[in-house]
Ligand binder design. Structure first.
Ligand code: ZN
Length: 299
């Protein structure tokens, strides 16, 4: 199965959680089992709860409904940076206003705000990047006003060398920590409590790990850390008491590069962390479940 990392398969009877997935998936092509089947398999393999994360208006409605029907599914409500970049201009404002009303009326059903963030792979020009920054600031200030105590789950993707904005080659947004630095600036200027902020699918750069830990953030390790060195490596020197597990399903499968992942595979994040931190899967499971319960304030 192409696991170059040679990590032991997950094995044992421990409980685990998936802190970030998209079930049901509303974004088109994915050959995953039905949401009910995914949940059943998750519970049968000792999954305690998963947090399903909305990215736009449509997914907010559908994921909310699914979460309300199942005790072991919690709902996180967000407006992803890709939604900012890809929603057709003529639909954007109306969708956003409707989403804001939705959030206001359902706030008690929401365990976290997210995913929110910046994605400089999907926004390659300075104009697109600045738009994501402005939208994030305005959405975040709206959300913090509704409830300033809820956890925030961030999607932060820095530009790779191939994502360089060629019209503005020396702009800091092109750097490997460009999006992360902008996020820090936004969080600080808005006075966000960083102990309540999670970097979902944390992707580095690794050079910022110590600083981000010192600022209080939590980090989630995707199931793909089981086979992809990049995901494995960035989480390697993060302390266990700051880590949680996720699948980002249907993405980030432990070894397949297709949108076919499901919440049960959060066990593979545990296997990856146990290997990188040279400890038992049981201990990683215990600690990551405890971290998630505390952070999201759920059972
Ligand atoms: Zn996601």
């Amino acid at each position: 199965m192409g696991n170059r990392l040679q990590i032991d398969q997950p094995a044992g009877e421990w409980e685990y959680v998936d802190t970030h997935c998209h079930v049901p998936w509303t974004g088109g092509r994915s050959r995953t089992p039905s949401p009910e089947k995914q949940l059943e398999a998750f519970k049968q393999s000792h999954g305690r709860f998963f947090i399903t994360s909305a990215i736009d208006l449509e997914s907010s409605k559908i994921l909310h409904e699914f979460a309300m029907q199942h005790d072991s599914v919690h709902f996180s409500c967000g407006w992803a940076p890709q939604t900012v970049t890809y929603t057709p201009v003529h639909e954007y404002e109306q969708d956003l206003q409707e989403w804001k009303s939705f959030v206001e009326s359902r706030v008690d059903d929401i365990v976290a705000f997210g995913e929110l963030g910046l994605d400089f792979h999907h926004a390659k020009t300075l104009q697109e990047r600045e738009r994501q920054v402005n939208e994030l600031e305005s959405i975040l200030s709206f959300l913090l006003e509704i409830d300033g105590k809820k956890p925030v789950a961030l999607h932060v993707r820095n530009a790779s060398p191939r994502d360089k904005d060629t019209a503005n080659p020396s702009h800091p947004y092109n750097e490997q920590d460009g999006a992360t630095n902008e996020i820090l600036k936004i969080m600080d200027s808005m006075g966000v409590n960083l102990n309540k902020v999670l970097f979902h699918c944390f992707s580095g750069p690794k050079t910022m790990n110590d600083y981000l830990v010192s600022r209080g953030f939590l980090f989630s390790v995707p199931s793909s850390a089981f086979s992809i060195f990049r995901w494995y490596n960035v989480s390697k020197n993060l302390p266990l008491d700051r880590l949680v597990t996720e699948t980002d399903s249907p993405f980030q499968h432990p070894w397949l590069r297709k949108p076919v992942n499901t919440p049960s595979n959060a066990k593979y994040s545990i296997a990856a962390i146990a290997n990188s931190h040279d400890t038992s899967q049981e201990e990683v499971a215990r600690q990551t479940v405890e971290n998630a319960i505390k952070f999201f304030n759920v059972r």
